[in-house]
Design a protein around this ligand. Structure first.
Ligand code: DOR
Ligand code: ZN
Length: 350
């Protein structure tokens, strides 16, 4: 049956290969939203203070497990926040012991809580060499931070100034270019023949920069990397629906309370955990490729990370518009849920 007439689709349970869960009261409130549909997630380490060592990752994983609703099955895959003083042997041990699945590289100053990130890549070379040796993936926030580079160009410039030289110097390093937002990044990943994958967020498949800026400023659409012009969004959709194994879902669901978003200098981040699968289904269905949602959300990610796909399944069913809360309450304050701007017809049935 052609994809267009499908009204029900059963797929392997999806995973989220890029997620912010935060800590404390916020963790408690947002974790069930992800655990409801996703089996596993790569958990970002940009807490305050950041999750740098294997001991910190282990402790954070325990806090996540303790915050799970009773009976929920969810596996957090932990990351270590790369600093210029990270100990390569601690990274090696964290990977060997199954404590950390990947290391996260934030260029210093690129985004939320990235001040302890990397200023000079040569200073982390010993860590990267160990990771290449043991096959541990490096997740990269791919934006330069130079003030003279326009914010809309920071990803494309990063490819030339950082990614290309890095991949030449450490060719065996397995890299995920996180939350790609440009045609340039899509082309770069497509042109590579090994050791490079990319995550794409739900919201970057749906919004372009007009959503943020036209007709009044919309802080709930502000995230980093910032959404680009429409042609880039279209390139991301093409990559996501193509089935190309190098592209997989990383929602980058990143909750901030409304008071922290709605101010003169508001935080970057879009909270999409509650409605991500419905949003994605709408995008894939509109492109006539609903079946490919399984490659993108459930198969390509595990393949890159060398993990088996999930054994159990979810079913997506098309019908009347799905309802979801506009906000969720947390102990820290309300968090607004991503509003794609159109009705969602696909609901998830476990
Ligand atoms: O929009 C974003 N929010 N981008 C990031 O890179 C970080 C994230 C956060 O932690 O809030
Ligand atoms: Zn992120």
């Amino acid at each position: 049956m052609p994809d267009r007439h499908l009204t029900s689709l059963t797929i392997r349970r999806p995973d989220d290969w890029h997620l912010h869960l935060r800590d404390g009261a916020m963790l408690k409130a947002v974790l069930p939203e992800t655990a409801r549909h996703f089996a596993r997630a790569i958990v970002m380490p940009n807490l305050v203070p950041p999750v740098v060592t294997s001991a910190q990752a282990l402790a954070y994983r325990e806090r996540i497990m303790a915050a799970l609703p009773p009976g929920a099955k969810f596996q957090p895959l932990m990351t270590l926040y790369l600093t210029e003083t990270t100990d390569p042997e601690d990274v090696r041990e964290a990977y060997a012991a199954g404590i950390a699945t990947a290391v996260k590289l934030y260029p210093a100053g690129a985004t939320t809580n990235s001040d302890s990130g990397v200023r000079e890549i040569e200073k982390v070379r010993a860590v990267l060499d160990v990771m290449a040796e043991i096959g541990m993936p490096l997740c990269i926030h791919g934006e330069v931070t130079d003030h003279d580079v326009d914010i809309f160009d920071r990803e494309a410039v990063f490819i030339d100034r950082v990614m290309k030289p890095l991949r030449k110097k450490v060719p065996d390093l397995r890299i995920v270019m996180e939350h790609v937002t440009t045609q340039d990044a899509v082309d770069y990943v497509r042109d590579s023949n090994k050791n490079l994958g990319a995550t794409i967020t739900t919201h970057h498949l749906i919004i372009n920069r007009n959503h943020i800026l036209a007709g009044g400023i919309k802080p709930h659409f502000y995230c980093l990397p910032v959404a680009k012009r429409e042609a880039h969004r279209v390139a991301l959709v093409q990559a996501a629906i193509s089935g190309d194994k190098r592209f997989f879902l990383g929602t980058d669901s990143a909750p901030h309370t409304d008071p922290n978003k709605l101010q003169a200098c508001g935080c970057a981040g879009i909270f999409s955990a509650p409605n991500t699968m419905s949003c994605l289904a709408e995008v894939f269905d509109a492109a006539g490729r609903i079946r490919k949602i399984e490659d993108f959300a459930s198969l390509n990610g595990p393949l890159f990370y060398g993990l088996p796909p999930n054994e159990d399944t979810i079913t997506l069913i098309k019908g009347d518009p799905v309802t979801y809360p506009a906000q969720i309450a947390t102990g820290d304050g309300p968090v607004t849920v991503f509003d794609p701007g159109f009705d969602l017809h696909w609901r998830v049935v476990d």
